[in-house]
Design a protein around this ligand. Structure first.
Ligand code: ASP
Length: 358
């Protein structure tokens, strides 16, 4: 009798440990997917279903999962709330928390990750994770343009499709992806292109990676650029990243802005240049002064599509500057922050190589 009691106790203990560890109601035939919620419009709520005003990050992850019919048929799901902010308030601290949590989960019995995220800075978080996640398992970001309370809110279907992609074997080795509006985009190529309509994410240079229609996935090609398991960057044990600022160029731009950023403590500068990452002669001179002080300056473009030529109108060797290649200013900032984290005295040549490869 005592022995039976002991065995029962042992069984309960083992089962409890399994549930606590995974939080999944385990169906062995389904993959284990963790949804990490960070906020955004997908978790937003407003007073009226037809009004445009709302507040991001109001709904918790469990309520979001429960709002999606049949989602639990795709995978064993567990939700975790990492933050609940509009992604205009996304921070390096949250990026580091996310990356470390994902790296931990993916070495455990987790087959894929979905991150719910505001769309404003979603491409930045996707690109950051693409460089520091150490796994070839699927990591998928999704969000929505309409809050959960809106007429025709598209968040539930986006979440369903994101879980379908994260749960699929086919999606492995594609780096970090963005799934929205039936499309799958790579972290490297994706850009927010339109302010409010649902077709906001596009990959104008490379095209989408594939499509996902009510959970049916088709991939067209692999992503461009080094990512995840092949990336040389790591944030293991990292608690902060160097300050890198972005300055937006225009006609008759004042060079003062570069000097102000240097004075304020920027360790790197990205210029969102005009056209092929050009800028006024005076700004170029200010950039040269900064690079002479050991502050890397990267030329990206304010134009949404196209690569920045290394030897176009500007001779980078003469000014000490670097071309961002295909990266827009906000993604160039992330690569420069990680490059500085790896080696704060990195040579201009090595930095240029990184921008070509990543
Ligand atoms: N401002 C919101 C955010 O990025 C917009 C959105 O999610 O669509 O969190």
């Amino acid at each position: 009798m005592k022995k039976q009691l002991f065995i029962n106790y042992l069984l309960v203990a083992v089962l409890t440990m399994a549930i606590v560890q995974f939080g999944f109601s385990q169906n062995k035939d389904l993959p284990n997917i963790v949804i990490l919620a960070t906020g955004g419009t997908i978790a937003g709520a407003g007073e009226s279903s037809t009004g445009s005003s709302y507040t991001s990050g109001q709904v918790g992850i469990e309520a979001m999962i429960d709002a999606v019919p049949n989602i639990r048929k795709l995978a064993n799901l567990k939700g975790e709330q990492i933050s609940n902010v509009g992604s205009q308030d996304m921070s390096v601290k949250i990026w580091l928390d996310l990356a470390n949590r994902i790296n931990k989960l993916l070495t455990d019995d987790v087959d894929g990750i979905v991150i719910t995220h505001g769309t404003d800075t979603q491409e930045e978080t996707a690109y950051f994770l693409n460089l520091v996640v150490k796994s070839d398992k699927p990591v998928v970001l999704t969000g929505s343009m309409r809050p959960s309370t809106a007429l025709s809110a598209e968040g539930p279907l986006n979440l369903y499709n994101a879980v379908a992609v994260a749960a699929s074997q086919e999606a492995k080795e594609h780096g970090v992806m963005v799934v929205m509006n039936d499309e799958i985009h790579s972290a490297h190529a994706v850009k927010k292109m339109i302010t409010t309509p649902v077709q906001t994410f596009m990959s104008p240079q490379h095209g989408m990676l594939g499509t996902v229609i009510f959970g049916d996935i088709v991939f067209f090609h692999k992503p461009h650029g080094i990512h995840t398991v092949n990336s040389e960057f790591s944030v293991d044990g990292v608690t902060e990243l160097s300050r890198v600022d972005i300055v937006y160029a225009c006609a008759d731009m004042s060079p003062d802005l570069i000097d102000i950023m240097v004075k304020a403590g920027a360790k790197g500068i990205i210029i969102a240049g005009v056209g092929d990452a050009n800028m006024t002669e005076a700004t170029l001179e200010a950039a040269k002064k900064a690079t002479k002080k050991g502050i890397p300056v990267v030329r990206a473009s304010r134009v949404p599509v196209g690569a920045v030529l290394i030897h176009g109108e500007i001779n980078d060797e003469e000014y000490g500057t670097v071309s961002s290649d295909e990266l827009n200013p906000q993604k160039a900032r992330i690569l420069l922050m990680l490059a500085l984290q790896k080696d704060k005295d990195m040579s201009r040549e090595k930095l240029q190589e990184l921008f070509i490869n990543y």
